[in-house]
Design a protein around this ligand. Structure first.
Ligand SMILES: *Cc1c(COP(=O)(O)O)cnc(C)c1O
Length: 387
């Protein structure tokens, strides 16, 4: 048995994180206390957005954003086929129809030209996914959205800490400078963690108030929003919402983690540099591409092998304790999607070719230099054997 196993991603928790959480445990509020709004303020400030609403996970964030956007029966919403299923499922939660648009062959994000080719009279929104931390072309996407009255929700689950530059001005992902809302996930494999958790950011007050209400059963106590007021006990359920609240315990962890985000991203980028310097001049590999005008926060390191033997490569690396993965199986390949929306194989050639030969190799800030060297040497051996 190998005693070494390096996962593709994992959290980095230190003593400061532990102390933040212990402080909440010893306070009056385990949930619905002051840490939630402190975390929301910190995330909004970090991104440069006016508002942030913290929720129980990234999928809940997507669900609420889709509802706040007003997606519903008869609407089509365009997203990427190369993403975690939640990016598309949230469209179904709202009763709308997901429509996929193929990806850019270089950065694996949704291709704006493909978005245009999928527009119809029913198009209501677009959910670009900043794949692996690389920001989508938000200039082009926001232009298409403006011209076609689409609502844009950025799935930034991979991309807190990333930014992009348009006309010389730098924007952080999550600032919603070119969208209506953005969502983050704080699952332990993501850049920072709250165990489970998510956030929606927006600059729109109306969306913000909808999100707050939807997060907590559709209920409000805000005197400015009440239809009537029957006394100090009074609250109203005005819309059909959920309990998607996050706890103070989780938000305390989030506050502490956020302080380290830029350091985590820098460490990720240093590891990416080492991987690239080993793999980029070798014709057996295709390394991740970073556009000139973006700063990727590198959630994942996706390596493509110019070899049909991905299964052999994958098995070998797993046997050697390298926790490889595949991100992602195209959403339209999943049986649920095939059964309910028909067989669309062949319609997304870039995404489907991508899926054939990609392997995600370990990337997380807690990797030691010797972990990185180990992964590099095992990947090289895998290529010698199978590529
Ligand atoms: C992780 C992830 C989500 C969902 O986040 P959870 O917090 O796990 O619910 C959504 N979209 C993408 C692209 C993700 O990677």
């Amino acid at each position: 048995m190998l005693n070494k196993f390096i996962p593709y991603g994992r959290q980095a928790i230190d003593q400061a994180d532990i102390e933040y959480v212990i402080n909440v445990l010893q306070s009056d509020w385990l949930t619905q206390g002051p840490s939630v709004s402190k975390f929301e303020d910190a995330v909004a400030k970090y991104c440069g957005a006016r508002y942030a609403v913290a929720v129980s996970n990234g999928t809940a964030a997507l669900h609420l954003a889709a509802l706040a956007a007003g997606f519903g029966a008869g609407d089509e919403v365009i997203t990427s086929p190369i993403t975690f299923v939640a990016s598309a499922n949230c469209i179904l939660y709202a009763g709308a129809q997901p429509v996929f648009a193929d990806i850019d062959p270089d950065n694996y994000c949704i291709d704006p030209i493909q978005i245009e080719s999928r527009l119809s009279e029913f198009s209501k929104g677009v959910i670009p996914v900043h794949f692996a931390g690389h920001p989508c072309d938000m200039g082009a996407i926001s232009k298409i959205a403006r011209e076609n009255q689409l609502i844009v929700i950025e799935d930034a689950a991979h991309a807190i800490g990333a930014s992009y530059t348009i006309d010389g001005k730098r924007y952080r992902v999550g600032s919603c400078s070119h969208s209506d809302m953005s969502i983050f996930s704080f699952h332990p494999v993501k850049h920072i963690t709250t165990g489970e958790g998510g956030v929606v950011t927006t600059n729109c007050k109306d969306l913000y108030e909808k999100l707050l209400m939807l997060r907590s059963h559709g209920i409000t106590r805000d005197p400015r929003l009440l239809k009537r007021n029957e006394g100090p006990w009074y609250y109203e359920m005005q819309t059909f919402g959920f309990n998607y609240r996050i706890t103070d315990l989780q938000c305390a962890l989030g506050i502490s983690q956020l302080r380290k985000l830029d350091r985590f991203v820098q460490r990720r980028r240093d590891i990416v540099k080492q991987y690239n310097s080993n793999f980029s001049n070798d014709p057996r590999f295709i390394v991740p591409h970073e556009n000139q005008n973006v700063f990727s926060s590198y959630h994942l390191y996706v390596l493509r092998f110019r070899s049909p033997l991905r299964l052999e490569i994958f098995d070998y690396l797993r046997q050697q304790g390298v926790g490889v993965n595949v991100h992602y199986i195209p959403v339209h390949f999943h049986p649920y999607y095939e059964k309910n929306f028909g067989d669309h194989r062949g319609e997304y050639p870039v995404a489907e070719a991508y899926y054939e030969n990609v392997v995600t190799i370990p990337l997380f800030p807690g990797m030691t230099n010797s972990d990185v060297d180990y992964v590099i040497s095992k990947v090289r051996t895998a290529a010698d054997m199978f590529a």
